[in-house]
Design a protein around this ligand. Structure first.
Ligand code: GLY
Ligand code: MN
Ligand code: MN
Length: 461
C-alpha cells in the first residue's frame, strides 16, 4: 500500500467533487474457479484500491459526503480462518492503513444503506462488472441486480475518472517498476524466439517472470506466430523460420499498476527483407506517434498520424494506392490497422474501462466514430500532463477480413488486393510502448526495450 496520507487526500478530493450523498465502493470477493474453495488468483477492484488501498477480499468502503465520515465494512477473521490462513490483522488495524478510523462488520452495511434509502439520500456507486457485486448491490439497494450498471452514478463515474486519469508521482514510479519487469519479460521472449521452440515454452517463461518479480501479468499474455489475430491466446504452435512472433505482455506490480508492451520478433532473430520493410513502417508509426505526444494534441490526432504513416508505407510497397489522406479519411488503411493507437494505462491495463470507455475517452463534443477501426479507438480526447498512454500501431494481414473486403470490392481504389497474397506470411506486427504526458511534452516510460531492427537482432544473437 501507499502511505495512508495518499488515500486520505484522494478521498478528500473526491468529497470536494461530490459534495452530497453516500458512495459505496464494494471491494472484490474471492472468485471460485471450479468449486468454492478453489479460487482464481485474487484481484482487488481498482477503484477500491485507489481510494482505500486494502488488497484483501470481502471489504466495502463507504464515504458519506454529507457527514464527511469514511467507513470500512469487513468481518474480522475467526479462529477457523486463522487455522488455514495464519494470523490476520483486525479490520480496525487494516482500515488505519488507509487512514479510516471507522469500521463495522458487514451486516451493519445493510443498516446504513437502508437508513439512507429511507431518508431518500442519493446513493452513488460505480458500474459493477462482477456478477457477485451486482447481486450484493442489488440486495442492498432493493433493485434488480441486472440493472446495477445502468443505475450507477454518472457523477461519481466522472469524478473518479477525472482523478484517476492524472497519475501521481507515486503511481508513475509504480508503472516504471512494472516496466522493469516487462523489460525482462520481452528480452527473454526475444532470446527464446528460435525455430523449433513451442510458443507455450516462451509463454510460460514470460508469465513466470511476471509472477516471480511482481504480482503476475496485467492481462493474459498474447504470444503467437499468428499475430494477425489481435488478441491471440493460443500458444500451441511450434516456431518456424519465416514467421514473426508477436508478444504483447505486461506485468502488474504488488500495488497492481500495469505495463503493456508489444514487441515483434522474427523467428531465428534475423528479419527477412520483406519482414523488415513491413516492420519499419510500424516502427515509424510507433516512434512518430510518440514524438508527437504532448499536452493539447488528442489521442485521435495521434491515431491519424500513425494511420497515415501506415497507409503511406503500404503505398510505397505497392499494397495501397491513391491519395494517402483520402484513403485514411475513408478508412481504407483499417484493413491493415483495424484498432486504435492506444489507451490509458494505470491500475487497469485498459485504465478505467469498467467505468465506461465513452466516459473515459470521449465527451459531449467528441463522440465515438462508428467507422470500422476508428470505432475501436478507446480514447479520443486531448492529452493532459499526467496522462499515461500506450502507443501501439500495428499492421496485420487477416485472411478472413481481406477475403471479405476483396469479394465486396471494398476500397478497391485504395487497395491493390492482388499484391496482398505475397505478404500473407508476414502475419501481424505490433510495437507498443507506454508514455507519460508531461508539461513539456512526453516521456517514454521504463528502460527502452529493444525495438529497432538492429536492436532486436542484437538481442536475439
Ligand atoms: N494488451 C492488450 C492491449 O494492448 O490493448
Ligand atoms: Mn498490449
Ligand atoms: Mn495496449
Amino acid at each position: 500500500m501507499f502511505k495512508s496520507e495518499i488515500y486520505i487526500r484522494r478521498r478528500e478530493e473526491l468529497r470536494k467533487k461530490m459534495k452530497t450523498g453516500l458512495a459505496l465502493f464494494p471491494g472484490n470477493m474471492e472468485a471460485p474457479m471450479n468449486y468454492p474453495s478453489n479460487t482464481y488468483h485474487f484481484r482487488q477492484d481498482s477503484d477500491f484500491l485507489y481510494f482505500f488501498g486494502l488488497d484483501i477480499p470481502g471489504f466495502t468502503g463507504v464515504m458519506d459526503f454529507d457527514s464527511g465520515i469514511d467507513r470500512i465494512f469487513g468481518n474480522d477473521f475467526e479462529m477457523d480462518d486463522i487455522v488455514w490462513m495464519g494470523p490476520q490483522p483486525k479490520v480496525k488495524e487494516l482500515a488505519l492503513k488507509s487512514g479510516v478510523t471507522n469500521t463495522a462488520p458487514i451486516p451493519r452495511l445493510e443498516e446504513i444503506v437502508t437508513d439512507a434509502l429511507s431518508k431518500k439520500r442519493k446513493i452513488h456507486f460505480l458500474p459493477p462488472y462482477r456478477a457477485e457485486t451486482k447481486m450484493i448491490l442489488g440486495a442492498l439497494l432493493k433493485e434488480n441486480p441486472c440493472q446495477m450498471k445502468t443505475l450507477a452514478s454518472v457523477d461519481l463515474i466522472k469524478a473518479v475518472i477525472s482523478m484517476r486519469s492524472i497519475k501521481e508521482k507515486v503511481e508513475i514510479e509504480e508503472i516504471e517498476k512494472s516496466l522493469d519487469i516487462a523489460y525482462e519479460m520481452h528480452v527473454t521472449a526475444m532470446k527464446m524466439c528460435k525455430q523449433g521452440i513451442r510458443e507455450q515454452d516462451i509463454f510460460g517463461a514470460v508469465e513466470g517472470i511476471a509472477l516471480a518479480k511482481g504480482c503476475g501479468t496485467s492481462f493474459p499474455t498474447i504470444l503467437s506466430i499468428n499475430g494477425q489475430t489481435l488478441h491471440n491466446h493460443f500458444h500451441g504452435n511450434i516456431l518456424k523460420k519465416g514467421k514473426m512472433m508477436v508478444t504483447d505482455a505486461g506485468a502488474e506490480t504488488s500495488l497492481h499498476y500495469a505495463s503493456d508492451i508489444t514487441r515483434t520478433t522474427p523467428v531465428g532473430g534475423k528479419f527477412s527483407q520483406q519482414q523488415k520493410n513491413m516492420y519499419e513502417i510500424v516502427l515509424q508509426a510507433n516512434t512518430e506517434s510518440i514524438k508527437s505526444a504532448h499536452p493539447g494534441i488528442s489521442n485521435r490526432d495521434v491515431h491519424f498520424i500513425a494511420s497515415k504513416i501506415i497507409a503511406a508505407g503500404m503505398k510505397e510497397l505497392g499494397l495501397m494506392k491513391g491519395d494517402v489522406d483520402e484513403a485514411v479519411e475513408a478508412g481504407a488503411h483499417s484493413l491493415f490497422f483495424p484498432h486504435g493507437i492506444g489507451h490509458m494505462m494505470g491500475l487497469d491495463v485498459h485504465d478505467m474501462e469498467g467505468l465506461g470507455e465513452n466516459y473515459v475517452g470521449y465527451n459531449d463534443e467528441i463522440k465515438r466514430s462508428d467507422m470500422f477501426g476508428l470505432s475501436s479507438l478507446r480514447f479520443a480526447l486531448p492529452y493532459k500532463p499526467g496522462h499515461v498512454f500506450t502507443v501501439e500501431p500495428g499492421i496485420y494481414f487477416i485472411p478472413e477480413l481481406i477475403e471479405l473486403w476483396k469479394a465486396g470490392g471494398k476500397f478497391k481504389e485504395f487497395i491493390n488486393y492482388d499484391k496482398l497474397k505475397d505478404y500473407m506470411e508476414v502475419g501481424g506486427i505490433r510495437i507498443e510502448d507506454n508514455v507519460l504526458i508531461t508539461d513539456a511534452g512526453h516521456k517514454l516510460l521504463g528502460k527502452p526495450i529493444p525495438k529497432s531492427v538492429k536492436e532486436v537482432e542484437a538481442v536475439c544473437l
